[in-house]
Design a protein around this ligand. Sequence first.
Ligand code: CA
Length: 724
Amino acid sequence: MCFKKTGLLWLFALGLLTLGIGGCAETDAPPQESGAPELNLARISAADAEPGNWFTTGRTFGETHYSPLFQINKDTVSSLGFAWDYATGTTRGLESTPIVVDGKMYTSGTWGRVYALDAKTGEELWYFEPPLDGQVAGDACCDIVNRGVALYGDLVYVAALDGQLHALEKATGKIVWSQDTIVDHERLYTSTGAPRIAGNVVIIGNGGAEFDARGYVSAYDLKTGEFKWRFYIVPGDPKNPPEHPEMAEALKTWDPNSRWDVGGGGTAWDSMVYDPDLNLIYVGTGNAAPYPAEVRSPAGGDNLYLSSILAINPDTGRLKWHYQTTPADSWDFTATQNMILNDLEIEGRVRKVLMQAPKNGFFYVIDRETGELLSAKNYVPVTWATHVDMNTGRPAVTQVSKYFSEPKVQAPTDVGGHNWKPMAYNRDTGLVYIPVTELEWLRVNAYPDGYKYEKGMINMGSWNFPTDDATIEAYASFTPYEADYLKEIVRKASPAPDRELLRAWDPVKGETVWEVVNDSQNAWDGGGILTSGGLVFQGNSQGYLRVFEASTGELLKTINVGTSIMAAPMTYTVGGEQYIALMAGYGGSGAWSFPESSAAYTRGNDGRIVVFKLGGGEVPLPSLLEIELFPEPPEQDASLDQIQRGGLKFASRCAFCHANSARNLVPDLRRLTPEKHELFEEIVLEGLLKQNGMPGFAELFSKEDVADMYAFIISISREAYEAN
Ligand code: CA
């Protein structure tokens, strides 16, 4: 290790740098593919010995999103500027943290495409387009994103949206092996997470709990791709024998008459993290399907292993311990958010911990050897529970969480106090930097007259939406309630205003040390975090990269990138020079339309990888777009009833992509051209635009349904036209 933990030594190291003595000079030799040592467990485990590389999504196996590099620090950051950029050829969300090994960058984008670039120049070495088999954009709840690749030996692993796990030759991008990780193609599964290396296997999960997925993770031999094991997260119908012993245990926490047809959920769609010393892979599991516990498992029960952290032995696939953050989840409270492994001194004892800030609003510190809960303080305002009982490890749930018979204003929301955007732990300051969202939203039961499961549709069973009058008026028709009734509930609850912040959190004390409020109206502004050189780096949807001093939160530098940023920056060196890299492109969950404050709105959403270095220039900005007026739609004489019926159908399947707001990721249906008006029914039923990701819905919708939805679209088009 060439870099020490303590603050004093760290300052000392900065001093050396100023004197021109690189603390890690021995690792800064120019990279050479042929001469580079094999990328194996030992090398990744010793990541601190070569801080110029970034080996995993979070740099090390512990995935702290921290780098010991220090050329770029508070004394030098003022000259940080443009080094190079690369056009990804995409127009949707980019969420990956690039990996850089031996001077080459590997990262993923939309659909699971992979880019291999020269990390010094940005020159493309190869590009991989996954051979997608029938998957369409509407099969994904939260955009056709991908959260990264994994590297091991001579292979690069990526999970494409269709759930195919591909192992690519690192030198060429050619497929070495592929495995279909989806067990049931009748259900709407997708893969968007980064695969993880653990022991001799590569592991991948999936998403789809908003539809009808039953979550699991699958493990394959690193070299051959041979299937090794599968760990289901929730039980299947007890009429069938449980697939493995843990499912027999889990079944005891479910009503035998649960809604097995809806799949149960629990999908592990994002974070997994490996501890090579303990030989455990930690898997964060997702929310329930359907959401309301009263519908899903009417007799009650915790419904293991929803919203949990699972510690699994990667050699055997057997569970060592589990911790359930949200028993009987009814609120989309995934525990899939990024987990960080580190040592922390707690009450005089150094503990090997796992840290996570899942959607439910509590920051968990867990002993990762045993699963013992060490701390669970709320890192955002929480109304669904008063606290976590440290004796039982269970949240003390309040009346606010019980929305089944009466709508409630609840915090956090579906968006989560923290979502997929990586937080980072800086071992020099001892702080965790979390991109947090503070929201109190209405939570309503979508089907008080009886839950309906519809194959191929969003099947959540509850809605969660903002409390302003305009949103309530827009959403009320999708609920069984009158807008005035919902407004009255909001008035009585008097929710706090929406806020989006970067919060520096002391994980030992369980308290905020500093915070910066993002100054826009949009609650999804701030991107993932990198901490390095005594600094904190965060991009935002307005298209700026901001750099803060890590101890105080002082804003030291702002760079206009001109493209909206959600993904976490990372850092590496080539030839002794330090670079900061990030992927820029807007989209993802809860971001179907571009807020007016976003760069995506003003400058478009052409995806880019943007790289910075000291002494770099201005970042080239995409040109400003002209605001186009809405076209006049055809006249119609549809009844209000028909328009409302169409609106409900639209909400149940179409709105996830075609939200009713300007400048969408996918076509704004209020801007239909005359040809599209003509072809509307064929597009929706027969899949005329399938190659664009728009499937045919003949199995779901009748011609009458399409006529209703068309009436709804004409109605909102007319509104937009008149408001031009
Ligand atoms: Ca979810």
